[in-house]
Design a protein around this ligand. Structure first.
Ligand code: GLN
Length: 448
């Protein structure tokens, strides 16, 4: 804990943390040491973990990197936090992220952007940028992020770490600050597949506080981890090699990986995904619709910031929300409200729901034939700061590879596959059939 606290201090300029629980973590470390001595320590004894600042931890601030929650303190802990603590994890702090997890560069945070440790002029990725940089710069052992459309996987790729989004419903969402409830899923950001497996095992499972959390038994993922030996059938997206929108060095690493897999006897087949162009539009219509509804609760009355200029009920709502939310969040509330509004609902929201179903069916068909789908995590490496502000649509489009697993609820993992010629990390992503986490983790070991 001391060494990680030292790293956090030394790297404060990266802006990865919104809050550090130094004394408390040291105190807990002593308690865990004692339990280790008397043989009663949990599975995560000694593991120092950072959590994204949209995960509730009783008695600690949770801000979602928004002004509207900048002084809000959790009155209960998320189920995942309870489970991590019960196994003797030590939580060292809460990590910066995009405001309400909306973004892909960690540039929409009220507390400022997070810098990539590999190159301070580049973004960390997002929305769990702080969590990824905390692992990248050795400020903790592992971090927990949340992934709605890529927010664990894409920053992990930009920061050279592993980012794992389990099947929707594998992990309880109770105590996560909601962005888009039918997409949100927590996931570990780690340096090893072993840690990802162990953290999943601890966090997963049914929860009476989240009816969408699956009752499927939780396998002992860590003990079950073995480098897979069988020959696999892998599909990869043809467009990820042929599209001019994908960075050449990303294409190169993907091609090399495909060659290596083939050389070792796996079958690797290019596929065309006919709905590729609909992934991003369907995703952004649905998540903004859900977000506009989820964020209605920040009314200046129930939670967080209340405008000092408010004079009556209506101005409390209007001013608190106008002053409390940032630009990107407002953009999404307006977009979501629009696609849900009378007269446009059928044209946008209902249509996007149908699209989601078609995307799910088509993806299932692929998994009837193949074990995994391989694709880049992002079209390119971490980019310069300031791009998102310049054109949000360009940033939305860069989510092309991560949103498929989010629309379908499939488990997906981003694996670090080395650096480009500028020294920036690159990641590749594997998707698997629902609840095939064990197979996905086992095959991931192959890449490490
Ligand atoms: N970049 C995507 C978005 O802004 C994903 C964010 C996330 O997964 N939380 O919606």
């Amino acid at each position: 804990v001391k060494s990680y606290l030292g790293q956090i201090e030394k790297n404060a300029h990266l802006n990865a943390f919104n809050g550090v629980f130094g004394d408390e973590a040291l105190q807990r470390a002593k308690e865990v040491d004692n339990r280790l001595k008397n043989g009663s320590a949990g599975k995560l004894a000694g593991m120092v973990i950072a959590i994204k600042d949209n995960i509730c931890y009783k008695g600690h601030k949770v801000t979602a990197s928004s002004k509207i929650l900048s002084n809000f303190e959790s009155i209960y802990s998320a189920t995942i936090v309870e489970r991590l603590l019960a196994e003797d994890a030590i939580i060292i702090g809460r990590c910066n992220c995009d405001e309400f997890a909306m973004g892909a560069a960690n540039e929409t945070s009220y507390f400022g952007p997070v810098k990539n440790y590999a190159d301070h002029t580049k973004v960390s990725g997002g929305s769990s940028g702080g969590s990824a940089v905390a692992v990248q710069a050795n400020m903790c052992h592992a971090a927990i992020g949340t992934d709605t459309g890529g927010s664990v996987r894409q920053p992990a790729a930009f920061c050279g770490t592993i980012g794992f989004k389990p099947t929707y419903g594998r992990i309880s969402r109770h105590g996560l600050i909601a962005y888009a409830s039918s997409f949100d899923q927590a996931g570990p950001i780690t340096r090893s597949v072993e840690d990802a497996a162990l953290l999943l095992e601890v966090m997963a499972g049914a929860d009476e506080y989240d009816s969408t959390a699956s009752a499927k038994p939780v396998p002992a993922y860590a003990a079950g981890l073995e480098k897979s030996t069988g020959k696999k059938k892998i599909a990869y997206l043809q467009e990820s090699i042929s599209s001019p929108g994908v960075d050449q060095e990303v294409k190169n690493v993907l091609s090399r990986t495909i060659d290596k897999l083939r050389a070792e006897g796996h079958s690797v087949t290019p596929i065309a995904f006919e709905y590729l162009d609909y992934l991003v539009p369907a995703y952004y219509i649905l998540v903004t619709a859900e977000a506009s509804s989820n964020l209605a609760r920040y009314d200046g009355v129930h939670y967080g910031y209340r405008s000092p200029a408010a004079t009556d009920l209506l101005s409390t709502y209007k001013r608190s929300r106008s002053e409390g939310f940032g630009k990107e969040v407002k953009r999404r509330i307006m977009l979501g409200t629009f696609v849900l509004s009378a007269g446009y609902y059928d044209a946008y929201y209902a249509k996007a729901q149908k699209m989601r179903r078609l995307i799910q069916e088509k993806t299932n068909q692929i998994f009837d034939e193949y074990d995994f789908i391989l694709m880049p995590t992002a079209p390119g490496p971490a980019y310069n700061m300031g791009n998102v502000e310049a054109d949000p649509v360009v940033s939305y489009l860069a989510d092309i590879f991560t949103v498929q697993a989010s629309l379908t609820g499939s488990p997906a993992i981003s694996l670090p596959v080395g650096n480009n010629t500028d020294g920036l990390p690159l990641g590749l992503q594997l998707l698997a059939k629902h609840f095939n986490e064990q197979e996905l983790l086992n095959f991931s070991k192959y890449f490490m």
